[in-house]
Design a protein around this ligand. Structure first.
Ligand code: UGA
Length: 350
């Protein structure tokens, strides 16, 4: 099987490529604007990588959609700080640029596996969120955070319509707060520039203060990346065609914590690592409003729990990594991969 991964150097793309190259006999054709996370695979004869930009190297993209069997367009902005700061780029990349690729899949009759998002449910009050039944609830136009949710939602609808009316073979998957090694850059986070898991780990490593936006009562379910990749592999394998035309929430309903609990758990796990026994006394925890932290266009959701029965039933997948184990594995990875010259907190030097 030939798989096209656009955005192979991203968080999901790099983990997926790594797993496929180690465990499967599939050929990967890949493009990304960078290659720092995939440098180890560049010499692998099954990894056919080209550095490039999907919005510029359009002929390469079209040619490879034609050439491959399964298409994974993983290029997107998926960071709330950017939704508020640069909403037009979110629309242009996540919707407009990806729409061209979706249309190539229709034209060349290729199987499309597309990343939707937990954010399509917005502020829906349902617990848990159901792929078929839950309403999508977003805020007013001035709350620009919702441009990501809206772009992704429209894309889901377009893909579904192509499936129903033009025979596009698709699967939509909805990540619910996936995290693990290589999500954002733990060593260089500026406050408000990363997803929460990376931001907090970075603050803990550097012994900087952790900021709980709006007090940290809002809840998320965090899924470890290895569990997520297992789900993706099952979707790609598509045993008996069971993933065809399906939408899957991919998350861990039991790893449901408030943002404040996440910070506390991360500190607790970190304190077990050598040199960090006193980390709790060194990392201050403070509170800021969402407007102060992200800007006036920010609005948050209180809780977000995935219903994963569809993935269990059709893919035979379920999440297995509990939150503490997931945090432990992520910290262990970073500890083993501190770039030379990085300045960490004082505890590290003890
Ligand atoms: C994320 C992003 O939109 C996408 O990565 C993705 O599509 C989706 O949700 C997902 O992965 O399920 P969100 O969960 O709000 O959205 O992302 P984070 O930026 O990680 O924030 C989580 C919570 O932590 C928010 O309530 C935020 O206000 C809070 N936060 C963030 C803090 O309290 N402190 C910080 O330093 C950073």
């Amino acid at each position: 099987m030939k798989i096209l991964i656009l955005g192979a150097n991203g968080f999901i793309g790099s983990h997926l490529s790594e797993h496929i190259l180690a465990n499967r006999d599939w050929d990967i054709y890949a493009m990304d604007i960078g290659s720092d996370k995939i440098s180890d695979f560049l010499k692998n004869p099954k990894f056919h990588f080209v550095e490039g930009d999907i919005t510029i190297n359009k002929e390469w993209v079209e040619y490879h959609v034609k050439k491959c069997d399964v298409i994974l367009p993983l290029v997107a902005i998926a960071n709330p700080a950017t939704y508020v700061r640069d909403p037009l780029s979110v629309f242009e990349l996540d919707f407009e640029a990806n729409l061209e690729i979706v249309r190539h899949c229709v034209r060349y009759k290729k199987r499309l596996i597309f990343p939707s998002t937990s954010e399509v449910y917005g502020m829906s009050a349902d617990t848990p969120y159901d792929e078929e039944e839950s309403n999508f609830v977003t805020g007013p136009i001035k709350k620009e955070r919702w441009i990501y949710s809206s772009s992704k939602q429209l894309m889901d609808r377009v893909i579904y319509a192509y499936g129903k009316h033009k025979d596009l073979n698709f699967t939509l998957f909805r990540p619910f707060n996936w995290f693990g090694p290589r999500l954002d850059n733990v060593w260089e986070t500026k406050e408000g520039s990363s997803r929460v898991a990376t931001q907090f780990l970075s603050n803990i490593f550097h012994e900087r203060e952790i900021i709980l936006v709006d007090g940290g009562k809002q809840r998320r379910c965090f899924l470890y990346i290895d569990d997520a990749i297992e789900a993706m592999i099952k979707i790609i394998e598509n045993k008996d065609g069971k993933a065809n035309g399906q939408i899957f929430n991919i998350g861990h309903p039991d790893n449901d914590v408030s943002v404040a609990q996440l910070a506390d758990t991360m500190i607790e796990v970190m304190s077990k690592f050598k040199g960090y026994a006193n980390v709790r006394s060194k990392v201050k925890i403070t509170v800021k409003s969402g407007t102060e932290f992200f800007g006036a266009g920010y609005q948050d959701l209180e809780a977000r729990i995935p219903k994963v029965e569809n993935a269990k039933k059709l893919l035979g997948w379920e999440p297995t990594t509990d939150l503490k184990t997931a945090i432990h594995k992520t910290i262990a990875y970073y500890q083993a991969n501190v770039p030379a010259g990085t300045k960490l907190g004082e505890s590290e030097a003890e």
